[in-house]
Each structure stands twice: as structure tokens, then as C-alpha cells.
Design a protein around this ligand. Sequence first.
Ligand code: THU
Length: 135
Amino acid sequence: MDSKKIKQLVDLATAAQVNAHAPYSGFNVGAAILSKTTHTYSGCNVENVAYPLGQCAEATAIGNMVCNGDKAIAAIVITSPTEDLCFPCGGCRQKIAEFSDESTQVIMTSKDGKMQTLSMAELLPYAFSNNTPTS
Ligand code: THU
């Protein structure tokens, strides 16, 4: 993926991060998806006073993507509010995997500009993917 496209996704994710509703953790996260159809979608984390109901930034971005008719992720950027990269939680790895293939790039960026790109096979090896009942 060219650096201009990555920067565009980082900018989108950073803009969403500002709007995060994270009063309980104080940890604002942003995400931005480039779909295979070349559309972009962003998301932020949305926490709730009933803590387990909180939603991660990746899930919000995926919801926006699906709402708008896209189902294939070319790349997803996750922006961390700290100098450490923010890797997707286990649940989000499964959620990203639903709309990914071997070419999907998961790009983590930190506040001070660090960046790491991983595939879903690296992030979620031995993923559950078969829900077809055997007869
Ligand atoms: N969070 C995300 O939005 N994405 C991640 O990849 C990891 C964690 C959120 C969940 C919660 O609102 C806050 O960060 C602290 O865990």
C-alpha cells in the first residue's frame, strides 16, 4: 500500500479518535478501513457506564463499512493514544477476520509515529472459520 494512502487512513482514524467516548478508560482509539472497493470508513471506541457494553474502534469502523454495503477489508489502520502501538483485542481480531483475506493489511500506529503492519494470519493464527454443520 502506498504511503499516501496509509497517511490518508491514519488521518481518518486520528479524526475519529478525537471523538471517542472513553470516559472510563481515558484511552481514545481510532480506526480507519480501506475497503477493496476503495471506500474508506472510520470508527472510534464507544464506552458505556455498564463497562462490558463498550465497543472498540475497530468494531465501529466495521459497522460503518457494513452499513454502507462493503464487506472486504483491504487495510485497517488502528491509531493508539500512546507511544505504544495498540494491537486489536482478541474479539476484534475475529471481527476483522470476518471481512479479511490473506492480502488484508492491519496497520498499527502510535502517537509518536511508530508503525507496524501485520496480516490476519499473524494476528489470528488457527482462526475459527468453519461454521458449516457436518451431517
Ligand atoms: N480499544 C479499542 O477500541 N481498540 C483496541 O484495539 C483495543 C482497545 C478500546 C476499548 C476500551 O474502550 C479502551 O480501548 C480501553 O481498553
